[in-house]
Design a protein around this ligand. Structure first.
Ligand SMILES: Cc1cc2nc3c(=O)[nH]c(=O)nc-3n(C[C@H](O)[C@H](O)[C@H](O)COP(=O)(O)O)c2cc1C
Length: 139
């Protein structure tokens, strides 16, 4: 059953950009094997991640992610069955902080600073769709 998990978390203090690169490479190779697709957005000190795939697969991966000490304050924002993927072309797309972050954050929330716990799941979903457009225009 095709399903989607969206969560947010706060990066741990000692994590460098190099470490994020390692997380991403590992995520992409693991997800590829499990037919998981999705996106990881990073803004200031917050992650927003979307995992799409089989119900069992995404739950297994989510449980692994929950135990990862490289982030904390993990908050589940949305879990649902879906009829189609948004990120079918990406084993894990990455959207880092850029000059586009502040205007996109402002468009979907009350501030230029990304604060997903203050956002509705509808805003988060629409923001993810816009972040996908950023990816498509970069690639
Ligand atoms: C923010 C964040 C996102 C992650 N995303 C994924 C992911 O999409 N897929 C994945 O397999 N691991 C992801 N990980 C890494 C897992 O927590 C874990 O380190 C990894 O799955 C272990 O893989 P291994 O058992 O093959 O060594 C993520 C970790 C963090 C901190």
């Amino acid at each position: 059953m095709l399903s989607r998990i969206i969560y947010t978390s706060t990066i741990s203090n000692d994590i460098t950009p190099k470490e994020i690169e390692k997380i991403l490479t590992k995520a992409q190779s693991n997800n590829d094997k499990k037919d998981i697709t999705g996106m990881l957005y990073f803004s200031r000190n917050k992650f927003l991640q979307c995992l799409e795939g089989g119900r069992v697969s995404i739950n297994e991966t989510y449980h692994t992610i929950l135990n990862d000490t490289r982030h904390s304050n993990i908050i589940l924002l949305n879990y649902e069955e879906i009829s189609q993927r948004v990120f079918s072309n990406w084993s894990m797309a990455y959207v880092p902080e850029s000059s586009l972050s502040a205007p996109i954050n402002l468009k979907y929330s009350n501030s230029t600073i990304f604060n997903p716990s203050e956002m509705s799941s509808e805003s988060i979903y629409k923001m993810m769709l816009e972040l996908k457009d950023v990816l498509t225009s970069v690639n």
